[in-house]
Write a protein that binds this ligand. Structure first.
Ligand SMILES: NC(=O)c1ccc[n+]([C@@H]2O[C@H](COP(=O)([O-])OP(=O)(O)OC[C@H]3O[C@@H](n4cnc5c(N)ncnc54)[C@H](O)[C@@H]3O)[C@@H](O)[C@H]2O)c1
Length: 337
């Protein structure tokens, strides 16, 4: 698959055990051989052998940094630690940064790649379902600042994205559910037919059945690629990818990140559907039909008692608010936003 963003076109490779091809792909793309690998600590724990096999004599210099990925460490302090490590190991402009991990690792490593030495080469290797279907593609990088999610960031496209579905096998169920959050978002961005396909395949994807999972990852990436192609810098159309996210980000902050991003997205999608109905945009029977997909996962999500006033205040502060107004993506049915 190819992402044709206006700043850069790049391929997305999807398959099982594709990680073994990484050294070869670095050569094929004529990328720098001074390699700085940022790897999620859990991925390193579960997949040490695979990560070790990446270090070959084809690379001039390799430094592997273990990163404890969570919303609290997705911050400026971690960014500074990455810069310090790059400087200490004498990395310069001819650096290739590889992020191996979930959305948090990809977002922060991408931010470091886009700012260190005014931008060095970058590769995304997503290891969560959420990162595979969404965050690794499209070039949004970022960190949290103060109480606002992803407030500081850049648009910075990778050289390529390498999805290796073998990483997904070690994910906890709650992380698969998080990926389903973004997958359901794509179901609403598609059409009724796609929504029904997603609904019928959900159980198989929860079990990570290889064929439907790979197909689902490809479908979501293709959808994201076509939106990014039309509007890389989120001037207009790309905002549809924020469906459910104004609620989700506010819930995450209000819950002090005790809820995971993907779980908050599922709640945010339910809120977006209810708001669409409340505003008269979505009819009664459509609400009943289309809310069934996120509600199917309700037993998998625990939400501590939350303060609605606080959620509202956080939403007003959200970066997508303009002129003191909070904006939401709403829909009448899948594909009609
Ligand atoms: N840049 C974008 O376009 C974009 C889009 C959507 C979400 N995001 C961001 O992505 C983040 C969420 O990403 P996420 O859900 O991947 O979270 P994450 O990166 O925190 O990963 C979730 C958990 O899974 C673990 N993990 C990762 N890979 C694993 C594996 N293969 N086996 C076992 N455990 C593994 C991690 O250590 C972590 O504990 C949020 O910060 C969100 O803002 C960014």
């Amino acid at each position: 698959m190819e992402v044709k963003a206006s700043s850069k076109s790049y391929p997305v490779y999807v398959g099982n055990n594709t990680i073994a091809q990484l050294p070869e792909l670095i050569e094929k793309h004529a990328l720098h051989k001074n390699v700085f690998i940022v790897v999620d600590e859990n991925v390193l724990g579960y997949h040490l052998k695979k990560i070790k096999s990446l270090i070959t004599e084809r690379m001039r210099k390799v430094v592997v940094v273990e990163y404890v990925a969570n919303e609290k460490s997705k911050n400026n302090k971690s960014v500074e630690e990455f810069y310090d490590c790059l400087i200490k190991n004498e990395f310069g402009r001819d650096t290739l940064i590889i992020a191996i991990g979930g959305g948090i690792t990809g977002d922060i490593a991408g931010y470091v790649a886009s700012t260190f030495s005014r931008g060095v080469q970058f590769i995304q290797v997503p290891t969560t379902l959420l990162a595979a279907v969404d965050s690794s593609v499209g070039g949004k990088t970022g960190i949290n600042y103060g109480k606002t999610k992803n407030l500081i960031g850049t648009f910075y496209q990778p050289e390529f994205v390498l999805v290796d579905t073998s990483f997904l096998k070690t994910l906890k169920e709650e992380e698969i559910v998080c990926g389903l959050g973004e997958i359901i978002k794509y179901a609403y961005l598609g059409d009724d037919k796609l929504y029904l396909t997603f609904r019928s395949e959900l159980k198989q994807i929860m079990k990570l059945s290889p064929k439907p999972t790979t197909k689902m990852i490809e479908t979501c990436i293709n959808m994201k690629a076509s939106v990014v192609q039309a509007d890389e810098m989120e001037g207009g159309l790309r905002k549809i990818l924020n469906l459910g996210h104004t609620f989700a980000h506010a819930i995450e902050v209000e819950q002090d990140h005790k809820i995971k991003h993907g779980q908050a997205v599922i709640i945010g999608l339910v809120c977006a559907l209810y708001l669409s109905h409340f505003k008269g945009i979505m009819k009664d029977e459509k609400l009943v039909k289309y809310i069934s997909l996120p509600l199917f996962l309700q037993d998998k999500i625990t939400l501590d008692k939350c303060n609605v006033e606080n959620i509202y205040k956080v939403m007003l502060r959200d970066k997508k608010g303009r002129d003191g107004k909070t904006k939401f993506v709403l829909l009448s049915e899948p594909g009609i936003l």
